[in-house]
Design a protein around this ligand. Structure first.
Ligand SMILES: [Mg+2]
Length: 254
């Protein structure tokens, strides 16, 4: 097995399940920390800031600082900085997206924005959708943090950002640019932050359709762990399998 110089981890289903840390993952992360092998957490959750995520992980005894986290909101802001550093942006989203866009120096406005940036918003209103729709119809580029249609919660599966995005897509006839997994944009930004080449890094995740596909598209080797959403039966049917598969991260040797 190849020795990797850096690791990328998905969160839910990989590192923890809901509020419960997954022991094999915690042990592996502590071992990576002790060995000086850098890692980053790559999450499609657009509502949290990296500080929020680091706090959650630290409370689970997982070594993590805000610098070890990249969210789809941060990746969206990074994408905007690359494409159009002076852009005016209309935002639908929660604190994670607002903070990322503002900290990157962008003006947030409904007045003739260059971009519409859409992330998960549990205070979504018709008026917010109306402003976004008019801006996109007026020529603003339509960005969405992530395509996850359903959001797992204690109540069951609730509408996720992919559903909010789909409404705007239907309303405008415009297909958005997605930033989060399975798009490679977020993985490339994580590699940049690690300062490592794609060939030296391993992407670890439980969801074939997001984590593993993102790794494949970014040219990063992938480790599929069977502690989350994709089942062994589903994995057996995919065209392009992950580089490695384990039942639990307790099996993985550095
Ligand atoms: Mg997951």
């Amino acid at each position: 097995m190849k020795k990797y110089q850096g690791y990328l981890f998905d969160l839910d289903g990989t590192v923890y399940r809901g509020r419960e840390p997954i022991p094999g993952a915690v042990a592996l992360l502590r071992q990576l920390k002790a060995s000086g092998i850098p890692y980053m957490f790559v999450t499609n959750n657009s509502t949290k800031t990296p500080e929020d995520v680091a706090q959650t992980l630290t409370a689970m005894d997982i070594p993590c600082t805000a610098e070890d986290v990249i969210t789809s909101s941060m990746a969206l802001a990074g994408y905007l900085q690359e494409k159009h550093p002076e852009a005016k942006v209309y935002v639908i989203g929660e604190n994670g997206l607002w903070t990322a866009v503002r900290e990157a120096g962008f003006t947030v406005t409904a007045n003739k924005p260059d971009y519409v940036a859409v992330g998960m918003d549990r205070q979504l209103t018709y008026e917010k959708l109306a402003e976004a729709c008019l801006a996109i119809r007026g020529g603003a580029t339509f960005l969405s943090t992530n395509p996850d249609v359903a959001l797992p919660t204690e109540r069951g599966l609730l509408p996720g950002n992919g559903s909010i995005t789909a409404l705007l897509q239907v309303a405008t006839g415009v297909t958005p640019i997605f930033i989060g997994k399975p798009e490679p944009i977020i993985i490339r930004q994580a590699l940049e932050r690690l300062g490592l080449a794609a060939s030296d890094v391993l992407m670890v995740g439980d969801n074939y359709q997001t984590d593993i596909l993102a790794g494949l598209r970014a040219g990063v080797d992938t480790l599929f762990v069977q502690t989350g959403v994709t089942t062994a039966e589903e994995l057996a049917k995919v065209d392009e399998p992950p580089t490695y598969t384990v039942a639990s991260l307790a099996e993985w040797r550095l």
